[in-house]
Design a protein around this ligand. Structure first.
Ligand SMILES: *Cc1c(COP(=O)(O)O)cnc(C)c1O
Length: 456
């Protein structure tokens, strides 16, 4: 018998996870090892250590440990904004007139406005433990840079952020939030690094890309004493930290005897999706349960649905290790009229392998339909969603409408990764009817994919 389900399911403090879950431990087909770009051999912790914090490098390469204790300092910080609510979208269900039950896990309840703080605080903690002076990073839409600024200020670390130029110009307020937390923000590509100068020379007037900002941030870290580079998505360590989302979701569902049928997440680099689905995918991998898991990506940056599963560079400057992932090629830049985030050319190697093994499926959606879903959701659920999150809303609504046809009362769970208050330029385009849906042609993708490195 189901207990009566409240609008918002919060866990008690003692029910909150004390460990992160590493889904790689339950994968028979492990994600392919990341390779040293110089030797094309699997990287070691020692080789990663000049770039990454040591403990994070260990987490990155650990395919076998299922549970990692969350240090007490991190749990104390999590308590400021966690557990995040699992919300039953009663109003949306009513509006759609669907028999489906829709739940969303809301990660926008902190100043960074997204789930990214979950990993930022962990990465800052390990940097502090190692006695570092500071960290460098890139940010696209700005949520990661904001999250890292917050985490660094909490642990009194210096924070250097390379922000993709187009966002730096479109989102001056996000930049100011970061500076308020004490971060130093530079538009990328900049003239402050060798790789930045090179990219500016090669592509004059470029508005930048994540891959390019990553290269700058790595260079900034490795050319300074006492600094390391940190990344907000894609890496397996980030998925590990983000498993807190899935563990809480599962605990909340279990508390009310709810069995999810579908789990939906938006996918940029794959960290929120990977974190949300980890415990559920783990059950599938162990043969204990079955779920339909859907990754949703923009049609303008379709790495899972149209990319190739191959080794590729993680950054434009080709300084980072090579990862085997679904990729569009490290030089891929989404069309300038792509408004939201989710711009990264590749996908987490864990998510890629789960997708290749058929544990998860993927869909791509156009940006106009995404903003339509965002508006529909905002009107009835009271939260103005981030454009990224709205990709998941789109598919959740589509699935709920299918249930209306079939009469099925499916339990649909999706990740509402954040709020969209800094995305007003994109919302303005949508409201003015100026939004267009650019889908790259096969030829364009082929051109970008032809630059994949020859490995294997
Ligand atoms: C960064 C971000 C994403 C996408 O990143 P993933 O690593 O794919 O999770 C999604 N939603 C929001 C709100 C974000 O800030």
């Amino acid at each position: 018998m189901n207990k009566e389900i409240p609008y918002k399911i919060y866990l008690e403090e003692h029910e909150m996870p004390k460990e992160w879950y590493n889904v790689r431990a339950d994968m028979k087909n492990k994600p392919a090892p990341i390779l040293n770009p110089a030797t094309l051999k699997p990287v070691t912790v020692e080789e990663l250590s000049p770039v990454f914090c040591e403990e994070l490098a260990r987490q990155e390469l650990d395919d076998t440990t299922a549970l990692f204790e969350i240090p007490k300092d991190i749990r104390d910080f999590y308590k400021m904004y966690r557990p995040s609510p699992l919300v039953r979208a009663y109003c949306l269900e009513k509006k759609l007139d669907t028999p489906a039950h829709i739940y969303y896990k809301f990660e926008g309840n902190n100043t960074s406005g997204s789930h990214k703080l979950n990993s930022a605080i962990a990465q800052a903690y390990y940097a502090k433990q190692q006695g570092l002076k500071g960290v460098t990073t890139e940010t696209g839409a700005g949520q990661w840079g904001t999250a890292l600024s917050m985490a660094c200020s909490y642990f009194d670390l210096d924070c250097l952020v390379y922000m993709v130029k187009v966002s730096y110009e479109q989102k001056p307020f996000r930049r100011e939030v970061m500076r308020t937390y004490g971060a130093n923000v530079t538009p990328s590509p900049s003239m402050t690094t060798e790789i930045g100068k090179k990219i500016n020379e090669e592509f004059p007037g470029t508005t930048g890309s994540l891959g390019c900002a990553i290269s700058e941030a790595v260079e900034a870290a490795t050319s300074r004493e006492g600094y390391r580079y940190v990344l907000g998505s894609v890496l397996s360590q980030v998925l590990l930290h983000q498993s807190i989302i899935g563990l809480e979701t599962k605990a909340a569902l279990d508390k009310y005897d709810i069995k999810a049928d579908m789990i939906i997440g938006c996918a940029g680099g794959g960290s929120n999706l990977g974190g949300l689905i980890s415990p559920f995918a783990g059950e599938m991998l162990r043969g204990e349960a079955d779920y339909e898991i859907v990754a949703v990506e923009p049609a303008s940056c379709p790495s899972l649905t149209r990319g190739r599963y191959a080794y590729d560079f993680c950054d434009t400057g080709k300084v980072c290790p090579l990862a085997k992932m679904y990729t569009l090629g490290s030089g891929f830049m989404p069309s300038a009229n792509h408004a939201g985030g989710l711009r990264y050319h590749g996908m987490s190697s864990v998510v890629s392998q789960l997708y290749d093994d058929g544990i998860i499926s993927a869909r791509s959606v156009g940006q106009t339909e995404v903003f339509e879903a965002a508006q529909q959701f905002a009107k009835v659920e009271g939260i103005l969603p981030a454009p990224e999150s709205s990709h998941a809303i789109r598919v959740a609504i589509d699935e709920a409408l299918k249930c209306k046809e079939t009469g099925e009362a499916k339990n649909i769970v999706f990740g509402l990764t954040g709020t969209g208050y800094f995305d007003m330029v994109a919302y303005q385009k949508f409201n003015d009817g100026d939004m267009s849906d650019y889908i790259p042609t096969d030829e364009e993708l082929e051109r970008s994919l032809s630059t994949l490195p020859k490995v294997e």
